[in-house]
Design a protein around this ligand. Structure first.
Ligand SMILES: *[C@@H]1O[C@H](CO)[C@@H](O)[C@H](O)[C@H]1NC(C)=O
Ligand SMILES: *[C@@H]1O[C@H](CO)[C@@H](O)[C@H](O)[C@H]1NC(C)=O
Ligand SMILES: *[C@@H]1O[C@H](CO)[C@@H](O)[C@H](O)[C@H]1NC(C)=O
Length: 409
């Protein structure tokens, strides 16, 4: 246990108890429900869309337009879109449809082995880099910054024939479990617009949860795919470290360990689509996975926790969440898995363990350091949130002091 970190957490909890009611009162928005989707094509998984396009039952242009319409319908409620490329996407779709027209029926199989996701629309978290599109990632210094190139996984999806529609919201430097920035405002949860979609892939969480994306690309270092997936009722997969290239992602680092922790991954309403999306996004590394062998559920042992007890630093787990965990455990049990309640005592040190790991990564861009590498004053930092002024060089050092406090492992 690290005393200093615990002390800060207790302090934060006390501050939260005091200011939470005020914030809730100030934010007093009414709950809005997004309109239900009307077009039944919205309910098709990526695999089903591939099947229909391949068999000439659906045109790429049609499915691309269905999603563009759906995004336009829900985005006023969600504020999830940072920048779109709808016109270019429709042109891409027409190209995909032309390709289908010029190949003879017997050439469709080779066409789809070459372009397994031909004509499929998708959406991209802004931090993952879509060439020519905004990659500000909520940071005032990066205002109007555009990605020079596609992130590696985006490049692979494009090469497989998929069509990006937009880049979606993320918090500053992807460093939050909410998605709210000074530059782009708050992204909202489609189930209850007063609530957060989670973060940092919050824009993808909200769009996919609202049925406004066939699938999305998110990124995750400490829950950034998994938390929005949970909050928006979708499936998100953070792959094993180093499976996906994180080239092009912002923030990134030259530290070779970065890819162990930061991963790009798919987010979708359809669990059945995760294997093909993961395989395409992993590129050559996909050979390391065994996605076709049937999983024998009775050989799987599931360890679970539904609570970490109550301490001054950790809030108790909400009853609804515990109930959901129990439902999942019951489901696994019914499917023949072995389940066992685990007593992972080290979980009480989870914050220290994860922070000490992340803080040892070298050269990670930080909210506390300006692009020239100079430290940013804490006071100038807070002022910038209100005045949108460029953050300038000042005297308070970076987070080195915190790093030296953490010598737990
Ligand atoms: C999509 O499927 C759900 C669940 O079966 C259904 O309730 C909904 O009406 C469908 N939506 C459309 C637009 O067909
Ligand atoms: C984790 O738990 C084990 C068993 O309780 C203990 O021996 C070990 O020191 C703990 N490690 C950390 C980092 O807390
Ligand atoms: C903020 O930065 C400016 C410019 O470097 C400096 O003059 C000012 O003192 C700083 N303010 C604080 C509170 O550090």
């Amino acid at each position: 246990m690290e005393f200093f970190v615990r002390f800060i957490l207790v302090l934060l909890n006390i501050v939260a108890i005091i200011i939470e009611p005020i914030v809730v009162w100030l934010n007093g928005e009414e709950k809005k429900k997004i309109p239900a989707a009307k077009n039944p094509l919205i309910n098709l998984s990526a695999n089903e869309v591939i099947y229909r396009i391949r068999h000439g039952e659906l045109k790429s242009e049609e499915i691309v337009k269905v999603y563009i319409d759906r995004i336009k319908e829900v985005n006023p409620y969600l504020n999830a879109v940072i920048e779109d490329r709808y016109e270019e996407a429709i042109k891409d779709a027409k190209r995909a449809d032309n390709m289908m027209e010029i190949v003879a029926p017997e050439q469709r199989a080779p066409l789809f082995s070459r372009y397994p996701l031909l004509g499929l629309p998708f959406t991209v978290k802004e931090s993952c880099a879509l060439k020519g599109m905004s990659q500000v990632v909520g940071n005032i210094h990066r205002k109007d910054y555009r990605a020079n190139d596609n992130g590696k996984s985006i490049e692979l999806l494009r090469a497989a024939g998929a069509i990006p529609l937009l880049v979606s919201g993320n918090p500053e430097f992807c460093m939050s479990w909410e998605t709210s920035t000074h530059l782009f405002g708050k992204v909202k949860n489609p189930y209850d617009t007063r609530r957060t979609p989670g973060g940092s892939s919050g824009g993808e969480g909200a769009l996919n949860g609202a049925g406004a994306s066939l699938f999305g690309v998110g990124s995750d270092i400490a829950g950034s795919i998994r938390i929005p997936a949970l909050y928006n009722g979708i499936f998100g997969h953070k792959p094993t470290g180093h499976l996906m290239s994180i080239k092009g992602h912002f923030p990134n680092s030259i530290d070779p360990n970065m890819g162990r922790y930061l991963q790009v991954g798919p987010m979708t309403r359809f669990a059945q689509d995760l294997p093909i999306l993961t395989a395409v996004m992993a590129g050559d590394e996909a050979a390391k996975m065994d996605l076709t062998t049937r999983v024998v559920t009775k050989d799987i042992k599931i360890f679970y926790m539904d609570s970490n007890g109550f301490t001054l630093t950790h809030k108790p787990v909400d009853f609804d969440i515990r109930l959901a965990i129990m439902k999942a455990v019951a489901y696994f049990k019914k499917s023949g898995c072995q389940t066992e309640k685990a007593d992972i005592r080290n979980m009480s040190n989870a914050i220290e363990i994860s922070m000490s790991t992340l803080l040892t990564l070298k050269d990670v861009p930080s909210i506390l350091v300006d692009p020239k590498g100079d430290p940013v004053s804490i006071l100038n930092l807070s002022v910038s949130f209100y005045q949108n002024q460029p953050i300038k060089k000042s005297y308070i050092a970076s987070f080195d002091w915190l790093e030296s406090e953490i010598d737990l492992i």
